[in-house]
Design a protein around this ligand. Structure first.
Ligand SMILES: Cc1cc2nc3c(=O)[nH]c(=O)nc-3n(C[C@H](O)[C@H](O)[C@H](O)COP(=O)(O)O)c2cc1C
Length: 195
């Protein structure tokens, strides 16, 4: 299945994989859609196969389906505008970095590696026709206590995952963001040395 249609694909300067051109972060989720368990597993499997420093795999995921108490608690820990839409997502996933090893030394690239795993998850989900929206806007202390994480682990983002919904379900201010043009710094300012 192809990724959900956006009004336009990203205005890429060079051709990229279709799933990358079409990926975006919507806020309108279909609150009637139950997660397709196979697609959820596919997304988590894609994350599992991300590369990491010394294959340390310093990532963990806490998965909460809509209707569960955990989904409600994760939603309640979100800040600001995230509160206004994320409860509609079929699944909320807390992406957790293992920032400290069992021997007390730091995993220096844990956050980098976790981000790469979430990128894999996101691309797989969009490829399978789901949509993903990551959020760093949550209260980390509340989240740590909800999920029961020990101090070696740091919650980094909440990932809303589900089916694309109707933008008209969003408050007006968020509807405007849903259709705002997406942009990126030009590639010639992004590649800062290119001999
Ligand atoms: C680490 C991270 C944190 C983010 N936090 C939030 C957030 O708290 N709330 C929100 O609405 N979007 C959040 N986003 C989504 C970004 O705003 C979005 O990815 C960015 O504007 C680019 O848009 P696109 O994903 O549609 O290309 C976050 C994205 C990332 C990767």
């Amino acid at each position: 299945m192809s990724a959900p249609a956006l009004a336009t694909t990203s205005p890429v300067e060079h051709p990229v994989l279709d799933v990358l051109a079409r990926r975006w972060s919507p806020r309108a989720f279909d609150d009637t859609a139950v997660i397709d368990e196979q697609k959820l597993s596919n997304a988590l499997e894609a994350a599992r196969w991300a590369p990491s420093a010394a294959n340390s795999q310093p990532w963990r995921f806490v998965v909460a389906r809509r209707g569960s108490a955990l989904h409600d608690q994760i939603h309640a820990s979100l800040l600001g505008a995230n509160q206004l839409w994320a409860d509609r997502a079929a699944v909320l996933i807390v992406a957790v970095a293992e920032t400290t090893k069992e021997d007390g030394n730091p995993y220096t690239h844990a956050v980098y590696d976790l981000g790469q795993a979430v990128a894999h998850l996101s691309v797989q989900a969009h490829h399978d026709g789901l949509v993903v929206h990551q959020m760093s806007g949550f209260d980390p202390e509340t989240m740590t206590s909800i999920v029961g994480l020990d101090e070696r682990f740091t919650p980094m983002t909440v990932v809303a995952l589900g089916e694309l919904g109707d933008a008209s379900t969003l408050p007006e201010v968020l509807q405007a963001r849903e259709i705002a043009p997406r942009s990126r710094r030009p590639i010639n300012e992004t590649v800062i040395v290119n001999h």
